[in-house]
Design a protein around this ligand. Structure first.
Ligand code: NAG
Length: 157
């Protein structure tokens, strides 16, 4: 348990630093670092070395359609039309995190009707997409997400 939290913290730090890196380019990043980290944890375990598998790539399990909706961000100024632009971005933690931010800027909404748009909504949108985020979420996905958020809420006091 302790080592799982530690591993996650390392990845969170990497993503956090990277998000901070590009924040001057993207003024409003709706998703906080803890929220990004907990979505990552829920969707993939946020383990290093995760590559493309079936229809999704990287730590955030991003599909081609999701990446396209996020405005096709790329690494190293690669053309978004290059055949490997999608895997190259989504397998890169910083570019993948940027895709999540862009996606949420576009599709952010109050999925659970609690009167605000917050991390729970982003978690639902990440899994169900921008057009069906009030639907049923996999139990395990929500469970890991909730545990993660609770862990970090506790640490932040
Ligand atoms: C995209 O990924 C491939 C395979 O890892 C690599 O050879 C290539 O240099 C990458 N392209 C860019 C622009 O980073």
């Amino acid at each position: 348990m302790a080592s799982a939290v530690l591993k996650f913290s390392v990845v969170l730090l990497v993503i956090g630093v990277c998000v901070a890196d590009v924040s001057h380019l993207y003024q409003n990043t709706p998703v906080t670092e803890v929220c990004l980290g907990c979505i990552c944890q829920a969707v993939s375990g946020c383990k290093q070395g995760i590559q493309c598998d079936g229809d999704h790539c990287g730590l955030f399990h991003i599909t081609w359609a999701y990446w396209a909706d996020a405005g096709k961000p790329t690494i190293n100024n690669q053309s978004p039309d290059a055949p490997d632009a999608y895997p190259n971005c989504t397998n890169d933690p910083r570019c993948a995190a940027l895709a999540v931010q862009n996606y949420m800027k576009k599709f952010g909404q109050d999925c659970n009707n609690d009167g605000r748009v917050d991390c729970y909504d982003y978690m639902a949108i990440h899994k169900l997409g921008g057009y069906g985020c009030s639907g049923q979420l996999p139990f395990n996905y929500v469970n890991i997400f909730n545990q993660c958020v609770a862990t970090f809420a506790g640490h932040q006091g």
